[in-house]
Design a binder for this molecule. Structure first.
Ligand SMILES: Cc1cc2nc3c(=O)[nH]c(=O)nc-3n(C[C@H](O)[C@H](O)[C@H](O)COP(=O)(O)OP(=O)(O)OC[C@H]3O[C@@H](n4cnc5c(N)ncnc54)[C@H](O)[C@@H]3O)c2cc1C
Length: 383
């Protein structure tokens, strides 16, 4: 296996030279046409982005959590396409990890190799109209039949859904038990009765599609069940913990690039011959950006180190998600302030604001992370 430093260099270069291509135009168009992003997804897969955390027996590299987040940070330093970074990280952390952890041997050997090599894309289908922050509100059902289940329901705001080949779908197998009667399924999205919406016209992360999945009397085989029946809540809790801890690994790399570029801008921009960095309000803002970046990176690396050491601290993902997402948005806004009117032109600065605004909602809002942290502090939920 190549040393992680080399891997970081490859990923940084991939991000810069390949994945950032035409990002302004692709952002304007949105992700309606898969030709706009599918070749980039495959290029990322070819470079091994989706292989990082999967063991070698399934075609992966079996890297530690820490090595994986360091490589993904480097990818983000190079890549200006935050949508692509979100899609790739989402698949790595929310989907591939739970297939590895809970999948049968057949599910692992069927899905992991094709997800790693980019032949297939997986979506994580949890959210419904009445179940966003509160997953106990899920209404999708999977009714047991002789050969499997019949799936009904609608999932909204699902990353990659309009183009995904398979989805990890959460549905009630025993509605009387509420969330405790929830199960997870790996569903082939080509089955009859499944429809995918067109991509949403969303404000940020526009370069990859997000949309709705509708299931109408979809017959899924017994082999679709991920883990055991009724273990959906446990699977959700673990997959969302990985997502909260690591999904912004590459966004924090992008944050670093933006910080460096903003410092350079503040040094160079000298109306009346006096660089704006010499104004304390500007330099204070840059110092705050630096500190936010360092903390965000360290929180992600800390979460990785804990898992590498076998430590399961349930508060860690919420602390990381809250602080990292809020910092991504704050830094994007500060960069825009420092860039003055030029930061308000369509382009990198305003795109970073639009993209980073989404991070405080996806994967559970900042409000919900605060609630969870408070619950652990009070002892009402075991950390
Ligand atoms: C870019 C993006 C990508 C996404 N990708 C996916 C995906 O791939 N798969 C998926 O399943 N979902 C995805 N989502 C959905 C996301 O998980 C939900 O939007 C999120 O959990 C919030 O749910 P909601 O939008 O229904 O807001 P609501 O739950 O209706 O919340 C609205 C507001 O009320 C606050 N609020 C709600 N309940 C409480 C409470 N108990 N205490 C305090 N405040 C509260 C929230 O913090 C928020 O400010 C994505 C969302 C975005 C924006």
């Amino acid at each position: 296996m190549r040393p992680i430093g080399e891997k970081c260099e490859t990923f940084r270069s991939l991000g810069k030279k390949v994945l950032s291509a035409d990002v302004e135009e692709r952002d304007k168009r949105g992700a309606k046409d898969a030709a706009d992003w599918r070749t980039l997804w495959r290029a990322a897969a070819d470079a091994g982005v989706l292989a990082l955390t999967v063991p070698e027996q399934f075609g992966g590299e079996g890297r530690s959590f820490l090595e994986a987040v360091q490589a993904l940070h480097a990818l983000g330093e190079g890549c200006r396409d935050n949508g692509m970074l979100l899609g790739l990280n989402g698949q790595l952390w929310a989907m591939q990890k739970s297939i590895l952890e809970f999948g049968s041997e057949e599910q692992k050997s069927t899905f992991l190799p094709i997800l790693i090599n980019g032949d297939a894309i997986c979506a994580h289908a949890v959210t419904e109209t009445n179940s966003g922050s509160d997953v106990t509100g899920i209404r999708a059902t999977a009714q047991k039949t002789q050969n499997g289940y019949v799936l009904n329901g609608e999932k909204i705001w699902i990353g990659m859904a309009p183009a995904a080949d398979v989805a990890q779908v959460f549905a009630l197998t025993n509605p009387d038990l509420g969330a405790w009667g929830m199960s997870a399924f790996l569903v082939d999205l080509n089955l009859p009765g499944i429809s995918k919406s067109a991509p949403y016209e969303k404000a940020g992360h526009r370069t990859v599609p997000t949309g709705k999945l509708t299931f109408e009397n979809v017959e899924i085989p017994q082999t679709s069940l991920l883990g055991s029946e009724g273990s959906g809540h446990a699977i959700f809790n673990l997959s969302i913990a990985w997502e909260r801890s690591f999904i912004f690994s590459s966004h924090v790399g992008a944050m670093k690039r933006q910080l460096d570029e903003t410092v350079l801008f503040a040094r160079d921009r000298a109306p009346n011959g006096r660089p704006i960095i010499n104004n304390q309000t500007v330099s204070n803002r840059l110092a705050d950006m630096q500190v936010r970046y360092e903390i965000a990176r360290l929180l992600i690396e800390n979460a990785a180190r804990e898992l590498d050491a076998g430590i399961q601290n349930r508060m860690t993902p919420s602390v990381a998600k809250l602080q990292v997402a809020e910092s991504l948005l704050e830094n994007a806004l500060d960069a825009q302030r420092i860039n003055g009117a030029s930061g308000y032109l369509t382009g990198e600065c305003e795109r970073m604001v639009r993209d980073m605004a989404g991070t405080i909602t996806l994967g559970g809002t900042s409000d919900i992370q605060r609630l969870l942290i408070a619950a652990y502090q009070k002892g009402s939920v075991k950390a």
